[in-house]
Design a binder for this molecule. Structure first.
Ligand code: GTP
Ligand code: MG
Ligand code: ZN
Length: 315
């Protein structure tokens, strides 16, 4: 007999999905070739964090064991999409139904660029998902880098983002558990910043493989290749593969400034209400950048996202 049950996607391997059923058991599920979700074109129609309906299909199995099909994805509360490059039209859903994103950032080994941070934060704003910044590997930083770390933290705190700093290799779970309690948190960041290390430290055991940093390039080796959700006593954490760049999400030129909180606040004082804050007279944003009230790095990230919108127009 066929039967249908509801479950939560906790791992996606590309070709199949692990779904945790309401009774706590996990099964490997597949989707049929023609499976589509209306509205979004993505490389993965189902993502970790999705609530799905699973059909157990005994008829199709050969040796008596069941075959499980995902037949439906429940409407998502939210999701985070990443477009790998600006030109690619295909998007990838990093995860669905999340409460917050923890972006893991390293000042060095490897160095995370502010452009990457800002593009990621803008994406979280666009999808209305709370973002926090976790600065990792502070044990590796020299004096100059520690000063840079303090500067970055105060910049992002002043904009309104919560930040913390730690060393995942010597983490006490209690340092970070309060941030994660009662929430589903997506861990993201460049390859090699320590997402998997942090997760292992949090659970006090090796749940997931960690990788080396290449000596030649001081970069991660893309050790984690699939997203997976792990359950805390109170909350859940999703480990994801490291991402290199962050192509823009679909946003109009007018929208971009809405996703840079401090730029948006100041833009109320621009002379023109359709000001793009690039070269207009009476632009309050440019003035704030000149006076150091808006960080140059943030303004440059804003311009880089704005540039994507121009590119999009011509493709
Ligand atoms: N010194 C130091 N090394 C760390 C710290 N956190 C992680 N590492 C090291 O950094 C390397 C990469 O860590 P991973 O946890 O595999 O990084 P990841 O972000 O999961 O990388 P991908 O899976 O490739 O995206 C490993 O050799 C870790 O031991 C830290 O706080 N201090
Ligand atoms: Mg990893
Ligand atoms: Zn302006």
């Amino acid at each position: 007999m066929d039967y249908k049950v509801r479950g939560l996607v906790i791992k996606s391997t590309g070709s199949s999905y692990i779904v945790r059923m309401d009774d706590g058991l996990s099964v490997e599920c597949h989707i049929k070739g023609n499976f589509r979700i209306r509205g979004i074109r993505t490389t993965n129609p189902v993502a970790v964090g999705d609530w799905v309906e699973v059909l157990s299909d005994k008829v199709q199995s050969d040796q008596g064991h069941s075959v499980f099909w995902i037949t439906e994805v429940e409407p998502r509360r939210n999701y985070i999409i990443r477009r790998s490059t600006n030109l690619s039209k295909e998007s990838h859903i990093l995860a669905a139904n999340i409460d917050q994103v923890a972006l893991i950032v390293t000042v060095n080994h490897p160095a995370t660029s502010t452009t990457f941070i800002d593009r990621f934060l803008a994406t979280c704003e666009a999808y209305r998902v709370r973002a926090i910044l976790i600065f990792n590997k502070v044990d590796l930083l020299n004096e100059d880098e520690l000063a840079q770390l303090a500067e970055l933290r105060s910049l992002y705190e002043s904009i309104g983002y919560e930040t913390i700093e730690l060393s995942a290799i010597s983490l006490h779970p209690s340092d970070i558990l309060p941030l994660l309690a009662g929430k589903t948190t997506l861990l993201s960041g460049n390859s090699g910043v320590g997402k998997s290390t942090l997760l292992n430290a949090l659970f006090g055991k090796e749940l997931t493989r960690t990788g080396k940093i290449s000596n030649a390039h001081d970069k991660g080796m893309h050790t984690t290749t699939f997203s997976e959700m792990y359950f805390l006593p109170d909350g859940a954490v999703i480990d994801t593969p490291g991402i290199k760049g962050f192509g823009s999400v679909d946003m109009s030129k007018e929208e971009v400034s809405h996703y840079f909180r401090e730029i948006f606040r100041v833009s109320a004082d621009c002379r023109f209400n359709n000001c793009t804050h690039t070269n207009e007279p009476g632009c309050a944003v440019i003035e704030a950048v000149e006076h150091g009230e808006i960080a140059m790095s943030r303004y440059e990230s804003y311009l880089s996202l704005l540039g994507d919108c121009d590119e999009a127009k011509y493709r």
